[in-house]
Write a protein that binds this ligand. Sequence first.
Ligand code: PLP
Length: 389
Amino acid sequence: MTERDRPLPDVETIAAAYGVAADPAFGAVAPPLYLSSTYEFAGYERPRVYDYGRAGNPTRDMLADALAELEGGAGAVVTSSGMAALDLLAGGLRVGALVVAPHDCYGGTMRLLKARAERGQIGLRLVDQGDAAALDAALEASPALVLIETPSNPLMRVVDIAALAGRAKAAGAEVAVDNTFLSPAIQRPILLGADYVIHSTTKYLNGHSDVIGGAVVAADRGKAEQLRQWANVVGSAGAPFDAWLTLRGLRTLFARLERQQANAMAVAQYLESHRAVAKVHYPGLRSHPGHGVASRQQRGFGAMLSFELAGGVEAVRRFLPAVRFFTLAESLGGVESLVAHPATMTHADMGDEARAVAGISDGLLRFSIGLEAEKDLIAGLEEGLAACA
Ligand SMILES: *Cc1c(COP(=O)(O)O)cnc(C)c1O
């Protein structure tokens, strides 16, 4: 078989092996880390592939190429944070271009888009992306960019990416999907029609809670190149060491998520059967309104879930000091289980009224499920829930 006839490697293989044993200097199996900020020219008027670290870096590019392949895109830019990735897209829009975003999008995304809108740099419409009429009304205003987040944070609402992307593109908009909550191990939005995928690599892609980073993957090669140039203009590149750590984290992405989502399903089922719990939001449960769409467009249900304590905020006060194996912290996607209280933590900036509209109650808690033993997580939860009674 010639190289050309061989089938492309599977995504698991890309995650585990992209760039492995590709070191021309010493045959290093693990890709080397290039920290150099600058590169020697081969001679007068003879630049090499790399000249300066803001414009390009071999370690960062290896991560970018791996992410592009994982997402089924043509190219990617690795940035210093998820927010920098989002702003790479938003900041590159023409002045006055309209952005349509979910009214319950990630808090940092909301803050960024509102800040740019307040400065007159973009127009902004926030819609309930599950409300077809609201979305169609927004699309009539000819947006340049439609942002999709699914599942949403923290209520895990699921929307049909292919359907939304189809309508947005018919209206002349580009479509970006924030895929942070699932990663390409579970959902690949470009294959469903998205033009861009945005990541906070801080979360599942790195997976070890020790890097802040981001990425934009573009479906189109020309657009990927434009983003790469723009990242050099504005200086949003991620650090090489962070890229190296993230590439190392990526190796185990599929294995981590497989185990984490199995734990999440067990936790969701346990919570659903407990009388101290009023409601569980996890797309893997048949009771979840997004279960059908999630089953179609995802390869699994992920490891994020949220639930409402029947006793409201008073129960939250008792639960948090009593629960074991869940650390009270923001962020998600690491190997360790975390619990967050959206109303006072991740979604505090929204204000009471907007939280009420979005359906985020004071008794709501969000879990990022880790790699601990299932029985320990359930036992730890049992202690927390017993304290609520
Ligand atoms: C964390 C997060 C971001 C922002 O990423 P940072 O790396 O913290 O800048 C954006 N979108 C979603 C869905 C996130 O969870």
